[in-house]
Write a protein that binds this ligand. Structure first.
Ligand code: S3P
Length: 180
């Protein structure tokens, strides 16, 4: 598997720790940290919940794809992505072009416990959020697996431990690609 750009791209379900782990990975490597949700919010000047509420999920997905595409020239970054970025095939292609794609995952119960700490995620404002998590996770799992080069189960990991494991994998992947 050849890595096109020397970024680390974190994908995974809501609550998988992409932002927290990603920030730590960036610090460890001296990389810049970029979050596709933050890029989208900055470009739009509106919060994600507001976009979902006023224009719906498809419009959010269009903006998400545009935000991801705007990162194509980056290098030396840790890029954290929204949990649904893998839904569109063209996004999955861009993710792979951006660099080493790491799927951060955890048991469904752990993910649910983590996402239950806030109510900021529009997709989980349902009558039965536990069932919603189960349905979304089941539907998305194959897409995360398809997009990722490396999977890290963080169920029993602290953020610091997860970050160290990501760094170890990135060093392995990038040294394969370093000429000489
Ligand atoms: C989403 C995940 C969110 C955010 C939006 C949609 C999803 O990001 O992009 O609410 O479809 O899983 P996090 O994964 O950072 O929570």
């Amino acid at each position: 598997m050849s890595v096109v750009r020397q970024n680390i791209v974190l994908i995974g379900f809501m609550g998988s720790g992409k932002s927290s782990v990603g920030r730590r990975v960036a610090t460890l490597l001296g990389f810049k940290f970029v979050d596709t949700d933050a890029v989208l919010v900055e470009r739009e000047g509106r919060e994600i919940a507001e976009i979902f509420a006023s224009e719906g999920e498809e419009r959010f997905r269009d903006l998400e794809s545009a935000a991801l595409a705007s990162l194509k020239s980056l290098a030396g970054c840790v890029i954290s992505t929204g949990g649904g970025v893998i839904l569109r095939e063209k996004n999955r292609v861009i993710l792979r072009e951006l660099g080493c794609v790491v799927w951060l995952t955890a048991s469904e119960d752990t993910l649910f416990a983590r996402v239950s700490r806030t109510n900021k995620r529009p997709l989980l404002q349902t009558a039965d959020p536990r069932a919603t998590v189960a349905a979304l996770f089941t539907a998305r799992r194959p897409l995360y697996a398809e997009a990722a080069q490396f999977t890290l189960d963080t169920t029993t990991f602290s953020h610091a431990e997860a970050a160290e494991a990501v760094v170890a994998e990135a060093q392995r992947v990038f040294s394969w690609d370093t000429p000489g």
